[in-house]
Design a protein around this ligand. Structure first.
Ligand SMILES: Cc1cc2nc3c(=O)[nH]c(=O)nc-3n(C[C@H](O)[C@H](O)[C@H](O)COP(=O)(O)O)c2cc1C
Length: 187
């Protein structure tokens, strides 16, 4: 089965997840900016960093997909993905980004990335500062997991990357894969 990994990454965490999954699965990985022809491609993994709830690069992947392609969307964000209420909220936002006409074979997974404020470009720094002040003023019951994670990590360098969390993606591969030792004993 012809498969491809496409990633949308601004600061590298999503790219590292995609490339690790590529090495482990043998499926090639490309940036959403250089998607080749997807003719005959039956399975696509789109790894995208979350930016204001949007999955980076997803519109390009959706444009290139044929209706028969099985699409797996993997988000990378700051919220704690071990909490179901967080992943449910992200999933809902991702589903809103799919055109109504999009066929139903879409699976959605969530991974946790990181942020280094000293490396952010100016527009992102300004945006996060504005969002932080707005978020802090919200009543607690309106603070979602994403908002809470943003408040807790503001102005810091944090890295929640955990390659063990890629493990469930291997269940979607057409041929059984021999798991790398890094997964043994992992989640
Ligand atoms: C401007 C900006 C907006 C962001 N918006 C979200 C968001 O809506 N939800 C979330 O969970 N994380 C958000 N993040 C955090 C990123 O998703 C996280 O840093 C991710 O690891 C980035 O992936 P990348 O390093 O591949 O670009 C945002 C970060 C920035 C700089």
């Amino acid at each position: 089965m012809k498969s491809l990994i496409i990633y949308g990454s601004q600061y590298g965490t999503t790219k590292r997840y995609a490339e690790t999954f590529s090495q482990m699965s043998g499926i090639p990985a490309v940036s959403y900016q250089t998607i080749p022809s997807l003719t005959g491609c039956e399975l696509i993994f789109h790894f995208g960093g979350l930016y204001a709830g949007h999955v980076k690069g997803l519109p390009s992947t959706l444009k290139s997909c044929s209706p028969d392609t099985r699409l797996v969307i993997v988000t990378v964000g700051l919220a704690d993905t071990s909490e179901e209420k967080n992943t449910n909220a992200i999933k809902k936002a991702v589903l809103r980004q799919l055109p109504k006409s999009f066929p139903s074979h879409v699976d959605i997974f969530h991974l946790r990335g990181g942020i280094d404020y000293s490396k952010l470009k100016m527009t992102h720094k300004v945006m996060m500062t504005l969002l932080y002040h707005k978020a802090k003023a919200l009543p607690d019951e309106q603070k979602t997991g994403e908002i809470q994670a943003m408040i807790e990590t503001f102005n810091q360098k944090v890295d929640f990357t955990d390659y063990h969390t890629l493990k469930p993606l291997f269940n979607l591969l057409p041929e059984p894969q021999e798991l790398s030792p890094i997964f043994q004993g992992g989640q």
